[in-house]
Design a protein around this ligand. Structure first.
Ligand SMILES: Cc1cc2nc3c(=O)[nH]c(=O)nc-3n(C[C@H](O)[C@H](O)[C@H](O)COP(=O)(O)OP(=O)(O)OC[C@H]3O[C@@H](n4cnc5c(N)ncnc54)[C@H](O)[C@@H]3O)c2cc1C
Length: 289
């Protein structure tokens, strides 16, 4: 992507850290960044905040908002996990879950997602907390007996972030900086890429017409809603359903017995099937009866 951006005429500068936005007369007009130890001002007709879950751009704009489901994730790469194939696996318990995905060369990406109230215990010893989370799932305890962590445990969160506004005069937000609910459905990369494309269209339109004011960037808000409304609904249903073992057990048993419906749910989570297809009366009946 970086190479493609360069070929398209963009000047790509890496290892540049945003320190704060430049704002004049209520309008974002650039950024103050740290580059090779120096502070540099970059002036811009529009600033795109694509700086992830804890977006400094969203915080500087005063639009960052924390929802109630404040889960955290501990993520590590493990080798020597027994019984992995080429599929992702999820192990749900009450209010928490573990996700595993093979990433090649015998490595497995393992994420333990837990309630935010666990933060003090995690802070005391993240590695021990992570190991205990995995051992608490009987199947994992067995399969991870000979496994080894090859990259330190990283912690991210809290999730359920949603910016109150995604466009302001001179700036807009994309990807996790705009919203991120929960990793269970694993749609964040698609949303970031698709959101980037929608943002590019809106910016091009606004600049062609004059200035990138909030009003001129507004088509981006509507385009995001059209593109992501189904995803927003699905990720909330799944994130809350996954917290309840009884619901999860019934749901996964039904899906196991009805592979066509299961394919639809996986397709919707993978953004290849519209979410409304899940709520067609026939599909709902297949889940309930
Ligand atoms: C445990 C877990 C599992 C997940 N699994 C999946 C999955 O299977 N599939 C999927 O599609 N999604 C998954 N996601 C979600 C996905 O990782 C994110 O939604 C996606 O990476 C968002 O992309 P982004 O570009 O918006 O943000 P990020 O990928 O977070 O990128 C933000 C970038 O901004 C940079 N940055 C931040 N602050 C500054 C600053 N001040 N100055 C300069 N640069 C800065 C960061 O260094 C980073 O490079 C998962 C998330 C978690 C937590």
């Amino acid at each position: 992507m970086l190479r493609a951006a360069g070929r398209a005429g963009a000047e790509v500068r890496q290892r540049v850290a945003l320190e704060r936005l430049l704002v004049e007369r209520g309008r974002v007009c650039g950024a103050l960044v740290r580059e090779e130890g120096r502070r540099v001002e970059i002036r811009a007709r529009v600033v795109v905040g694509a700086d992830g879950l804890n977006s400094l751009v969203a915080r500087e704009l005063g639009v960052a908002r924390q929802g109630r489901l404040r889960r955290l994730a501990l993520v590590a790469h493990l080798e020597g996990v027994a019984g992995t194939g080429d599929v992702g696996e999820m192990f749900a318990r009450r209010g928490r879950y573990v996700g595993m995905a093979p990433i090649g060369r015998g490595l497995v990406n393992v994420a333990a997602v837990v309630p935010g109230t666990e933060a003090p215990r995690i802070a005391r010893d993240p590695e021990a907390f992570f190991a205990a989370e995995l051992r608490a799932v009987p199947e994992l305890a067995r399969r991870l007996a000979g496994a080894r962590t090859v990259r330190e445990v990283m912690i991210t969160g809290p999730f359920a972030r949603r910016s109150r506004r995604v466009v302001v005069d001179g700036a807009l937000l994309v990807g996790d900086a705009a919203d991120f609910y929960d990793p269970f459905t694993g749609e964040g990369i698609f949303a970031a890429l698709r959101g980037g494309a929608l943002a590019a269209e809106a910016i091009a339109g606004a600049l062609a017409a004059g200035e990138a004011t909030a009003a001129a960037l507004r088509p981006y808000v509507a385009a995001r809603r059209r593109a992501f409304l189904g995803k927003w609904v699905l990720e909330r249903i799944v994130a809350h359903g996954a917290a309840c073992p009884l619901v999860m057990r019934r749901f996964t048993r039904r899906l196991a017995a009805r592979t066509r419906v299961a394919d639809l749910w996986v397709g919707a989570a993978g953004d290849s099937v519209p979410v409304r297809a899940l709520f067609a009366p026939r599909q709902l009946a297949a889940l309930m009866i």
